[in-house]
Design a protein around this ligand. Sequence first.
Ligand SMILES: N[C@@H](CCOP(=O)(O)O)C(=O)O
Length: 499
Amino acid sequence: MKILDFPDSVRDRIVPKVSGTYVYRCLACQASFDVGKLLYTCPQCRSVLMIEDRDWDRLKKTPGPQWRQIFDYRAMIHEPALKGIYRFHELLGAILPLEAVIYLGEGHTPVVQANGRLKDWAGRPFFFKNDGQNPSASFKDRGMASAFSYLNDLITNQGLGHVLAVCASTGDTSAAAALYASYFIQGVTSAVLLPHGKVTPQQLSQPLGSGARVIEIPGVFDDCMKIVEYLAEQYPVALMNSKNAWRILGQESYSYEIAQVFDYNVTDLVVTVPIGNAGNITAVMAGFLKLYDLGIITQLPWILGVQSHHADPVYRYYLEPNPEKRVFRPVTVRPSVAQAAMIGNPVSMPRVVQLVEQYRSIGGEKAVQVVQVTEQEIMDAMLMANRNGHIACTQGGECLAGFRRAVSQGLLPEGKVGVLDATAHALKFAVFQEKYFEDRFEPEFGIEPKMELQNRPVLVRPPEGVPCPRPGTAMDSESFRAFVTATGDAIASILGLRP
Ligand SMILES: N[C@@H](CCOP(=O)(O)O)C(=O)O
C-alpha cells in the first residue's frame, strides 16, 4: 500500500521517525549510561542493564487505540525495514534510523491453534506461536535483528570500526548470531563458543554454514557463558548473548505480535515460555508492560514460565512464597532434551526478579507463575504436539508439558487460553525424537518411550526373484511392472488395504 492510500489519522505515523533518548539503566544501582558504546554490565556495580527510553512519556501522548491503528496499518506498507520487529519501532528501537535496520525475515511468526484432540489432552485451549519459523529457525533472530541493527548504526553512523561478535550458545543463539553477522559485507565477523557434544548436529551446522569461527570447549553452556563474559570484559568484542540489552529489546516483539494477533485483547491469555538463560521471559514481561503502560492493552496476560527438573533454578527460587526469604541459587544442570534451556545460572535472573515484582504488582500474584516438568513429560508433549499438526521443538514440548501441568495443578482456571512458545524448529532437535523412537536415551534422562508415540520406518523389499530397481541401471518394462505390483501389494498388506 502506498503512503497516500493510508487514512489521514495514521498517514504521517506509518513511517516512524527517529525519536527518544535511550540509555542503559543498571538494575541494581540505577545508574544510567550512554548507549553510544557497547556495554553489557554496569561499570559501577557490574549488574545487568536494561535499555530505557528517557523520553518514554512522549509516547503516551498517542492514545492506545491510535497506536493499535498505527501498528495494524503499518503491516500494509512495503518497506523492508518495517516488515519485521520494527513494525513496533517506537517501542523497541526508536533511536535507530530505518536505514540501519537489518531485516532477514524475522518476526510475525504463525500462531497456530491446537486441534480438539490436543486441547483435550492439555486441558485448556491453546495456540503455539511458531518461532521456529524465523530465518535461523529460532526466536533468537528477533533479538539479533535488534542487536545487529544497533551495531550497524554504530558502524555506519557513529564511526565504530571492525567488530568481532561473540556469543556462548546451546545452539540457537550461535545460529542466529552467525547468520546476522554473515549479512554484513564489511565491519562484522563472528565467533561462537559451544559446549562440545551438547549441541545438536543441525545446530552445529548452522554457524559453520554461515562462516562463523566455531569454538567448542568441554563443559556446559554456563561455562561457555563465563568465558564470553570474560572475553567481553577483557577484549574489544561485541557480546551477542541476551546479557546485551539490545537483544532483550528485539525479543519484546514477541509480546507485541501476540497482542496484535489477538486484537489487543490479551486478558485471558497465558503466555507460556521455557526458561533457560531467562532473556526470553524477561523480554516477554517487559514487552507486555510497555503495551499496558501506553494503553495499547488494558490488562496484562498471565505469564507461565516452565523449567525441566534437570535445570530449574528459577522454579526453585519462586517456590519460596515470601519474597523477603527468596535466595537465588544456581544449580548444576543435568542432561535435558530441552537442551536450549539446560542452564543453571541464567544471566537475566536479576531482570526476572525485578520484572516479576512489577508485573505482579499490576496483574496480581498469579500473573506470573513458574512450573517444573520432567524430561519424560517434555518428550511426550513434544511428540503429542507434532502428531497433531505442529512443528514444536523440545522447548515447545516443555511449554506444552508445563501448560498441561499447570492445568492439572489447578493454576489455570477455566476460560484461560494458552499461547505457547515453540522456540525453535522441530528439525533442530530431531536427535531427541530419534532417541525416543529407537529407545536409546541414556539412563540419566529418565525417559521411557511410550509405544503409542514411537514411530519407525519400515523397509519393504519385493519377494525373492522379483527384480529391484538399481540407481543408474534401466529396467525393462515387464520387470518394472513386476516390481511395482509385488511391492505395492506388500505395502497394501502392511497398511491393511483391500482392493
Ligand atoms: N539457549 C540459548 C542460550 C543463550 O541464550 P541467550 O539468549 O542468552 O543468548 C542458546 O540458544 O544458545
